[in-house]
Design a protein around this ligand. Structure first.
Ligand SMILES: *[C@@H]1O[C@H](CO)[C@@H](O)[C@H](O)[C@H]1NC(C)=O
Ligand SMILES: *[C@@H]1O[C@H](CO)[C@@H](O)[C@H](O)[C@H]1NC(C)=O
Ligand SMILES: *[C@@H]1O[C@H](CO)[C@@H](O)[C@H](O)[C@H]1NC(C)=O
Ligand SMILES: *[C@@H]1O[C@H](CO)[C@@H](O)[C@H](O)[C@H]1NC(C)=O
Ligand SMILES: *[C@@H]1O[C@H](CO)[C@@H](O)[C@H](O)[C@H]1NC(C)=O
Length: 190
C-alpha cells in the first residue's frame, strides 16, 4: 500500500514538474471565447518536428454541453514509404473559469493532457495561433506551437500578422514547418 502511494505521489510530482518545464509565452489572448473553435480547422504550421509536422492534419470541434467540446483530430504520417493514418478523439474545456485563452485537452486515445494557450486569434475567426504544453501518461513533457486555419493556406495579411506576433514572443515563424495538404488522399498501405 505504502509503496503504491509513494509511486503515485512520484507520478503526480513528475507531472507537475514536467508541466513546469514548459516555456509558456507571456502573451495570451484573454478575450478568447472557446466557442469560436467550433467547426473544422487545418493545422497549417507547426514548431515541434516530433508532434506538429505531418502530411495532413486537421481537427473538428463539436460543442458537447456547457463549455465542453469534443474534438476529432486526423493526421497522416509517411514513414519509410508507408502511409499511416491517425484518428484521435479528445475533450476540451476552458482550463478554469477565470482564464479565457487557456484550454485543457484530454485524450484517452493517446493518454495525453495538453494545455493550449491561444496566443492570437483571427478577428474574423480565420486562424488561431496556439502554444501548447503537454504530458504523456502524466510524464514525458512536450511543448510546441501550431497555427490552425479555416483554410489550407494562410493569406499574406495573416502571415505578416503571425510573423509579428511570433517575433513578439521570441519565436520565428520561419522555423515552423509548413503542412502541405497534397498527400491527404493517399490510401493506407500495408
Ligand atoms: C479532415 O479533412 C478531410 C478531408 O477534407 C475530411 O474528410 C475529414 O472529415 C476531416 N477530419 C476532421 C477530423 O476534421
Ligand atoms: C524507417 O526509417 C528509419 C530512418 O528513417 C529507420 O531508423 C527505421 O529502422 C526504419 N524502419 C523500418 C521498419 O524499416
Ligand atoms: C486559474 O487561472 C488563474 C490565472 O492563471 C490562476 O491564478 C489560478 O490558479 C487558476 N485556478 C485554477 C483552479 O487552476
Ligand atoms: C495514463 O496516464 C495516467 C496519468 O495521467 C496514468 O496514471 C495511467 O496509467 C496512464 N494510462 C495508460 C494506459 O498508460
Ligand atoms: C503573397 O506573397 C507572396 C510572396 O511574398 C507573393 O508571391 C504573392 O503574390 C502574394 N500574394 C498575394 C495575393 O498578394
Amino acid at each position: 500500500m505504502k509503496v503504491i502511494w509513494i509511486l503515485s505521489c512520484l507520478v503526480s510530482l513528475s507531472a507537475i514538474f514536467a508541466a513546469n518545464t514548459c516555456q509558456r509565452p507571456k502573451r495570451l489572448d484573454k478575450s478568447f471565447d472557446i466557442g469560436s473553435l467550433d467547426g473544422s480547422w487545418y493545422f497549417v504550421r507547426g514548431l515541434n518536428r516530433n508532434n506538429d509536422c505531418y502530411e495532413c492534419h486537421n481537427i473538428t470541434f463539436y460543442p458537447a454541453h456547457q463549455g465542453l467540446f469534443f474534438a476529432e483530430e486526423y493526421y497522416i504520417e509517411i514513414m519509410n514509404a508507408t502511409t499511416i493514418h491517425y484518428s484521435i478523439e479528445s475533450s476540451l474545456n476552458q482550463w478554469n473559469s477565470t482564464t479565457p485563452g487557456v484550454i485543457r485537452i484530454d485524450s484517452s486515445d493517446v493518454n495525453y493532457s495538453l494545455e493550449w494557450r491561444i496566443i492570437d486569434f483571427g478577428l474574423n475567426d480565420n486562424y488561431a495561433y496556439v502554444y501548447y504544453c503537454g504530458t504523456y501518461s502524466g510524464g514525458f513533457p512536450f511543448e510546441g506551437s501550431v497555427v490552425l486555419s479555416r483554410t489550407t493556406a494562410l493569406s499574406n495579411d495573416t502571415l505578416s500578422k503571425l510573423e509579428k506576433v511570433a517575433t513578439s514572443i521570441g519565436l520565428n515563424l520561419d522555423n515552423y514547418c509548413k503542412i502541405r495538404f497534397d498527400h491527404c488522399d493517399q490510401s493506407s498501405e500495408l
